[in-house]
Design a binder for this molecule. Structure first.
Ligand code: SF4
Length: 564
C-alpha cells in the first residue's frame, strides 16, 4: 500500500464535533486560560484550542427539539439576551395530552418532569450558528468540513489526536486527481463531543472496553419538521407534549409541538429504538401522528419547510461509559449526558463540556494529561448539579420496559423516590436485541421465495410526505463520487437471512430512504442511496445483525439544517 503523506497540526486541546457540548467546553476553557494569564505574569502562555466539525458549517448538522434550560448558557454568556441570541420565546403556555386514534385528552396538570416554566423554545441549530462566531472570536479554531475519521493512539493506547477524513476518493475506492489526504491533528487532550452514537466514540468505547459493567446504551430517534402556519395561529412559547397514538403501548416515545416566532411550528415524534416489530417505521409513525384530527387541524393550511432526524441516547447515568482516560474525555450525548425523562440534553451537554473545560484547565496547570489527572472530570461531574439531575432520572427509560402504562406508573414512583423506583437500579438490553422475527407476527410467505413487505399508505404531499421529499427539505447533499459511508460488513446476510427473518427492516427504520432492496436479474440485492443520509445513526444502532457501520463521509457532506 502506497504511503500517504499527511499534513500534521499540533494543538493543545482538540474537540471533535461542534455541538453545544464542545462549543461550551472550548469557550469556557478559553475564558479560564485568559483569566489565569491575565492574573499571572508566568501564565500558561499560548494554548491552542481547536474544534473539528464534519458539517459544511458549524451548526449545519445540529438539530434538537428544543425547549432549553438556559442555566449553563447564561453562565457562559450572561448577556446573551442583550447580545441578541436567537431564542424563539420563553415558554408561555404548556400542556400534556394523551391521544387516542381520534381524540385528544388534555391532562389536568403538567407532570413535574415536563414543566418548562422559565425555559425557552429555541432552534438549537440557529443558536449554535449564532454562538460559533463568538467562540471563534475568543480564539478557538473552528474547523468545519473536517470529519474525524479515526482516533490516533500511541503504543500504550493513549489517545494522541485524530486523523481527519480524506477527500477525493472515488466511489470505487480509487483516488481521483482531486485527492487530498486527511490531516493528523495531534493534541494533549482530545475531547469527543460527536453527539449521539459518535462514530469515533463507538470504536473507542469498544477498543478500551469503556462500557464494561455499565448498562448497554439504549436510544430513540426523533423525526421532526418545521411548518409555517397561517398568520396568528402559532403562539410563540407554546409547548405541547403528547403520549399515546400513534405509538402502541409497547413502543417508547411521544410527540412534541413547540411554537416559534414568525408563524413557525416545530413538530416532531420521538420513537424508542428498542421496539419488537421489524416493520416499525418512525417516519411513517410521524406521518400518522400528523393525521390525527387534533394535529391535522393545527397544521391545516400550513406549509412544511424543513425536515430532520437524529438519535438520542436514552440510557442516562447507568449507561454512561467511562468518559475519561489517557489523553481523552467524552462529553454531551457521546457520553450519555442526556436527561431522557425531561427530553432535554442541551443544558446537560453544555454543563458536561464546561466541566471538561475546567478539568483540562487544571491538567494544563499540572502539565499532565493521563487518566489519573483527567479522572478529575468524573469527580467534578459527581459534585455538580448535573449529576444530581441525572441521578434522579437514572431508571427512567428502563421503567418503560413493560410498556407505556407501566412506565408512567414507575416513573411516578421514581419521581417520589429520587430515581430508585420500585425495584432499585434496573438493567437494560441493547435495543436491537429486542427486535423479533417476522414469524412472531405471523408474517409468513405464502409461497417459496415470496418477499414480504410492509403495507404503507401513500403520503398526500400536503400533510404527509414520503421520505425522499422530506430529505429534500433537510438540505442534505453528499458528493456522489465517494465510497458509501454506510458500510455493510456482511452484505450476504441482507438477502440470505435478513429478508426471511426480519423482512429487511433497514427500509423502515431509516428516516431518509437510504436503504432499498432492489430486484436484479437472478434475485434481489440491497441498494444504498447514501447521499440521502441525514446522519441520524439509527441504522448503526438498531440493525438486528449489527452489520451496518456508519463512518464519516467526505467533509461537508450531510444535512444543512435550518431552523431545526
Ligand atoms: Fe440515519 Fe442510517 Fe438512514 Fe443515515 S442511513 S439517515 S444514519 S438510518
Amino acid at each position: 500500500m502506497e504511503q500517504i503523506e499527511r499534513d500534521t497540526l499540533e494543538v493543545d486541546v482538540l474537540f471533535v464535533g461542534a455541538g453545544p457540548a464542545s462549543l461550551a467546553g472550548a469557550y469556557h476553557l478559553r475564558k479560564l486560560i485568559d483569566r489565569y494569564n491575565a492574573d499571572h505574569s508566568d501564565g500558561l502562555g499560548e494554548i491552542s484550542i481547536a474544534v473539528i466539525e464534519k458539517g459544511r458549517e458549524v451548526g449545519s448538522h445540529t438539530i434538537s427539539g428544543a425547549v432549553m434550560d438556559m442555566g449553563p448558557f447564561s453562565e457562559l454568556l450572561p448577556d446573551w439576551k442583550e447580545r441578541g441570541a436567537p431564542v424563539e420565546a420563553e415558554v408561555a403556555d404548556e400542556e400534556v395530552a394523551y391521544l387516542t386514534r381520534r381524540s385528544k385528552f388534555r391532562l389536568p396538570i403538567v407532570p413535574p418532569p415536563l414543566r418548562n416554566h422559565g425555559k425557552y423554545v429555541v432552534s438549537l441549530n440557529r443558536l449554535i450558528r449564532w454562538f460559533a462566531p463568538i467562540v471563534e472570536a475568543a480564539d478557538v479554531m473552528l474547523l468545519p468540513e473536517f470529519p474525524g475519521a479515526e482516533l490516533l493512539y500511541d503504543e500504550s493506547d493513549r489517545v494522541i489526536g485524530v486523523r481527519t477524513g480524506d477527500k477525493g476518493v472515488g466511489r470505487d475506492g480509487e483516488r481521483r486527481e482531486t485527492f487530498q489526504p486527511g490531516a493528523d491533528i495531534f493534541a494533549k487532550v482530545t475531547v469527543l463531543g460527536e453527539g449521539s452514537r459518535g462514530s469515533l466514540a463507538k470504536k473507542h468505547i469498544s477498543r478500551l472496553k469503556l462500557d464494561e459493567g455499565r448498562n448497554p446504551q439504549v436510544y430513540a430517534i426523533g423525526v421532526k419538521e418545521i411548518w409555517e402556519l397561517p398568520k396568528g395561529r402559532v403562539k410563540p412559547g407554546f409547548v405541547m407534549h403528547t403520549l399515546g397514538y400513534p405509538l402502541p403501548n409497547n413502543i417508547f416515545g411521544g410527540s412534541f409541538v413547540y411554537g416559534m416566532q414568525n408563524d413557525l411550528l416545530d413538530i416532531g415524534l420521538v420513537v424508542g429504538l428498542d421496539y419488537a416489530d421489524p416493520f416499525t417505521d418512525p417516519h411513517q409513525l410521524f406521518n400518522r401522528f400528523k393525521q390525527h384530527p387534533a394535529i391535522a387541524a393545527l397544521l391545516e393550511g400550513g406549509r412544511m419547510l424543513h425536515y430532520g432526524a437524529k438519535s438520542l441516547p436514552e440510557g442516562g447515568l447507568l449507561s454512561q461509559p467511562k468518559y475519561h482516560g489517557d489523553g481523552f474525555l467524552m462529553i454531551g450525548d457521546s457520553a450519555s449526558f442526556l436527561n431522557s425523562q425531561k427530553l432535554k440534553g442541551i443544558h446537560t451537554a453544555m454543563q458536561s463540556g464546561m466541566l471538561a473545560g475546567e478539568t483540562i484547565f487544571e491538567a494544563l496547570l499540572a502539565g499532565r494529561f493521563d487518566d489519573s489527572q483527567l479522572s478529575r472530570f468524573a469527580a467534578k461531574v459527581k459534585a455538580s448539579p448535573l449529576h444530581r439531575e441525572l441521578y434522579e432520572v437514572r431508571n427512567s427509560h428502563q421503567g418503560f420496559r413493560h410498556g407505556r402504562l407501566w412506565g408512567l406508573f414507575e416513573n411516578g414512583i421514581q419521581f417520589a423516590t429520587r430515581g430508585m423506583g420500585l425495584l432499585g437500579d434496573l438493567e437494560t438490553e441493547p435495543g436491537h436485541e429486542k427486535m423479533r422475527k417476522l414469524h412472531v407476527f405471523n408474517r409468513l410467505p405464502r409461497r417459496q421465495g415470496e418477499y414480504i413487505q410492509a403495507d404503507q399508505p401513500r403520503p398526500d404531499n400536503r400533510l404527509t410526505f414520503d421520505k425522499v421529499s422530506d430529505v429534500y427539505r433537510s438540505g442534505t447533499e453528499h458528493g456522489e463520487d465517494q465510497p458509501p459511508h454506510l458500510k455493510i460488513i456482511d452484505p450476504d446476510i441482507c438477502i440470505d437471512r435478513c429478508t426471511t427473518e426480519y423482512g429487511n427492516p433497514c427500509q423502515y427504520f431509516c428516516p431518509a430512504a437510504v436503504y432499498e432492496i432492489e430486484e436484479v436479474e437472478g434475485g434481489r440485492r440491497p441498494k444504498i442511496n447514501f447521499s440521502n443520509c441525514v446522519h441520524c445513526k439509527t441504522c448503526d444502532i438498531i440493525d438486528p445483525y449489527q452489520i451496518i457501520d456508519w463512518v464519516t463521509p467526505e467533509g461537508g457532506g450531510g444535512p444543512d439544517y435550518i431552523n431545526l
